[in-house]
Design a protein around this ligand. Structure first.
Ligand SMILES: Cc1ncc(COP(=O)(O)O)c(C=O)c1O
Length: 378
């Protein structure tokens, strides 16, 4: 066979998916694995959202839609951005995508030329780097302060004449940390001083404990250079719907739109009516899930601290990021093989020496997992 794409061959498979595959293989063999390795709410999609999708299907919303998304949803997203995220947005600046992932991919393709650099703040979610690479860009990593998970001036050392964009993810997967106003302002200053674009992934904005979410695009003139990415997966427990969105300056959105037109066209038309019901409907389902996550977070943080672990500030999302002594890959393997608890090693997020424990699992499972880890650690 002729050689396949070198660009794609050089991209690592997702370590989070590898661990969860091994956990599933063990489950198939009848081993009772507790999987705390994947970033997916364990709740079902709220009923009114499912109902809106069913009604759309029955009404015959089974045809192609405008490729940026159905106009009602574009308008609802633009309204939400102005109301909740605090920066100007018109429906023409919005594109509904096949999950936030698709929005991130389109953004990289739209902005980057070969060899241009994208600054990624570590620990960072697994898919940013491959998206940069597929788009022909070069990922440049910068580690956030290991205690505070905030940004300081040392980031300036990573900037070169090729730096084109910076990726921000607050609240963060995997650390759960939220960038404080100082870090956000520093980022905004850097983007302005070095004429950089920013991609702000705000998918966990609703899952936040005691702090306030700030959108990067709401700071200074950042709306003119920021692609804000968000979606329905985490806030509304809609991972399988594959529904996300991007909000960007018109010039960028037009380029992203071309990629969507010629690749996926748009997410399923009837699914977009579910998204519309999610945004326009009663938000108490979001708050109920957030409260449940907070209860679990309080429990797992307390137990892991009692076991002697130090943790990243778990201020949002649904992950405890735990510092471990020794090789994180080895420890994750040992927890899986001996304790039958699947977690994700920090190496997957460019920070070896940590484990990401997802607490998107029932309290029963978390209690069981805690006692298994305790036994394994002893
Ligand atoms: C930080 C972050 N961004 C984006 C995504 C992708 O979300 P979606 O399901 O909307 O593609 C995830 C999913 O794990 C995530 O953790």
């Amino acid at each position: 066979m002729r050689e396949l794409s070198r660009k794609v061959a050089g991209i690592a498979a997702s370590a989070t998916i590898e661990i969860s595959n091994r956990a599933k293989e063990m489950e198939r063999k009848g081993i009772p694995v507790i999987s705390l390795s994947i970033g997916e709410p364990d709740f079902d999609t709220p009923q009114h959202i499912k109902q809106a999708c069913i009604e759309a299907l029955l009404r015959g919303e089974t045809h192609y839609a405008p490729s940026n998304g159905i106009p009602e949803l574009l308008a609802a997203i633009a309204k939400k951005i102005v109301r909740e995220n605090g920066f100007p947005c018109i429906p023409e600046q919005v594109m509904v995508t096949c999950g936030a992932k698709d929005a991130i991919y389109d953004a990289m393709e739209a902005v980057l030329n070969p060899g241009e650099e994208v600054l990624i703040l570590d620990p960072a979610w697994v898919s940013y780097e491959p998206c940069v690479q597929i788009a022909g860009g070069r990922p440049v990593h910068h580690k956030l302060n290991e205690k505070t998970f905030q940004l300081d001036d040392s980031v300036l050392e990573r900037l070169t004449s090729r730096t084109k964009m910076v990726v921000v993810n607050s609240p963060s997967n995997p650390s759960g940390a939220i960038l404080d106003p100082r870090s956000m302002n520093l980022l905004a200053d850097i983007c302005q001083d070095y004429d950089l674009f920013a991609l702000s992934d705000e998918i966990y904005e609703k899952l936040i404990f005691g702090k306030k979410h700030v959108s990067l695009a709401s700071i200074g003139d950042m709306a003119e250079r920021t692609i804000t990415v968000n979606g329905f997966s985490k806030a509304y427990a809609m991972t399988g719907w594959r529904l996300g969105y991007a909000v960007a300056p018109l010039a960028i959105l037009r380029q992203m739109s071309k990629i969507q037109q010629h690749s996926v066209s748009h997410p399923a038309t009837f699914a977009m009516f579910g998204g519309l019901a999610a945004l326009n409907g009663d938000q108490s389902c979001v708050e109920a899930m957030r409260r449940e996550f907070q209860k679990r977070r309080d429990y797992i943080i307390q137990e892991l601290t009692l076991m002697g672990f130090s943790l990243a500030p778990a201020e949002g999302a649904f992950y405890a990021y735990v510092k471990v002594e020794g090789d994180d890959l080895e420890i994750a393997r040992r927890w899986l093989e001996e304790a039958h608890v699947a977690v994700t090693p920090g190496s997957a997020f460019h920070t070896p020496g940590w484990e990401r424990i997802s607490y998107a699992a029932s309290m029963d499972k978390l209690e069981d997992a805690v006692s298994r880890i305790r036994r394994c650690k002893a």
